[in-house]
Design a protein around this ligand. Structure first.
Ligand code: ZN
Length: 411
């Protein structure tokens, strides 16, 4: 059996450390405080007997659980990230355990009247009788992704303490800056040297993801022509009006607030302007590669229309691909997903395979040569003060991880 107490204690220890990342920083990692947790993890991995545990100049932690089987077994990697979301305080996290949850609303903070209500968060029903770790209603919890870290550490502890549990080589990786989208910028896939890997960075119990968006960013700069309004007739080009016209060419129904599942979108994320010039910024998302290309072609056509109407050079479009759907890279090694599904079923977890409406570090790693689906870490309501994690879900995530390892050894 895995050590449930150690699993819980680890989680509580990690969430109390402030590891918030910062989008506005240009350093790597974006905040030095993340390194404190990375260093602690190296120390703890050493104490568990992983002698090669190390931290590199970027803050990535890598370590190996050496194989203890004579069979030829693939090298499996497990990854989690140390940072927490930049838009929510991560300092002075005061986790609280609610034992034997009774199914009612959870009062987090009486002073500020912060509650996780069953009406707003009906998924609470799934956890009656379980032990929930919640916040004090003033910060996030950081189960994203410290639940993943605690689970990986606990699986390592199990393997090191149970030599009769046979396994191939296991690689452990802890990354920084996932929440600001730079999580694998400097990650050395060759040095990590796994055949495939899993991030433990998903949400509720059972989640398994290997499809994500194809993603691009589009910036449209509109060059207007400012003239004294009294003399503007037939001369002025008001960049803001042209920018709004440009935006109106994109279908309103294809915005994030009106789309779900496999529906892609154009999302306006920035708009600045004066009469003289204006800038529109979008992100473009679609699971389908073909539709993704069509979207980029369409926004290009819209900019061309503006130029045809107002003059060449009025609209300048910059399009940049950001990441791609990992499905293309995972499908050729679909056993990675099938084995995870089987592992969940064997430990009594119902698999919930769903497309991610976003990206993951795993998506980028998949394109860097390391196929990397995402497994649940167990938390709910990430990035906010309503975040919580059931200890039972963390236990199951640890069991799933060990079962995957066992299945590959016994193949
Ligand atoms: Zn995460």
């Amino acid at each position: 059996m895995i050590n449930k107490k150690n699993l819980t204690d680890r989680f509580l220890r990690y969430v109390k450390m402030d590891t918030q990342s910062d989008d506005s920083s240009t350093s790597f990692p974006s905040t030095a405080k993340q390194l404190e947790l990375s260093k602690l993890l190296v120390k703890e991995l050493n104490e568990l007997g992983l002698n090669d545990a190390s931290i590199d100049e970027y803050g990535y932690v890598m370590a190996t659980v050496p194989a203890n089987t004579a069979k030829k077994v693939p090298t499996i990697g497990f990854l989690a990230h140390v940072d927490t979301a930049p838009d929510m305080p991560g300092v002075s996290v005061k986790p609280r355990i609610i034992e034997n949850y009774d199914g009612n609303d959870i009062l987090l903070n009486s002073e500020n009247n912060v509650t996780i209500s069953v009406t707003d968060f009906p998924e609470l029903h799934d956890y009656v009788g379980q032990s929930l770790i919640v916040t004090d209603g003033t910060t996030l919890l950081g189960a994203d992704d410290k639940a993943g870290i605690a689970e990986i550490m606990t699986a390592v502890e199990y393997m090191m303490g149970n030599p009769e549990f046979k396994h191939g080589p296991i690689r452990i990786g802890f990354t920084v800056d996932e929440e600001v989208g730079r999580g694998v910028d400097h990650f050395d896939v060759k040095k990590f040297n796994a055949d495939f890997a899993y991030t433990l960075d998903g949400g509720a119990i059972g989640e398994l993801e290997y499809e994500n968006f194809n993603a691009a960013g589009a910036k449209i700069i509109i060059q207007g022509r400012n003239i004294h309004p009294g003399y503007a007739k037939d001369k002025m080009l008001n960049a803001m009006h042209i920018a709004m016209e440009m935006n109106s060419l994109l279908p309103p129904s294809e915005r994030p607030e009106f789309t779900v599942n496999y529906e892609g979108f154009y999302h306006l994320i920035g708009f600045q302007g004066s009469v003289e010039n204006a800038t529109l910024q979008y992100i473009i998302r679609d699971h389908s590669q073909a539709k993704f290309e069509t979207r980029k072609a369409f926004i290009t056509k819209c900019a061309d229309f503006i130029n045809a109407k107002y003059g060449e050079g009025v609209a300048k479009l910059e399009l940049k691909d950001q990441y791609y759907n990992m499905r293309e890279k995972v499908e050729p090694v679909i056993h990675v997903v099938d084995t995870a599904v089987k592992a969940m079923e064997l430990v009594g977890v119902k698999p919930k395979v769903k497309p991610i409406r976003g990206g993951t570090d795993g998506a980028r790693l998949s394109y860097m040569g390391l196929p990397c689906p995402n497994l649940f870490a167990g938390g709910e309501n990430f990035h906010g003060k309503h975040e919580f994690v059931p200890i039972e879900s963390m236990e199951k995530a640890t069991e799933v991880m060990l079962k995957i390892i066992e299945l590959y050894e016994s193949k």
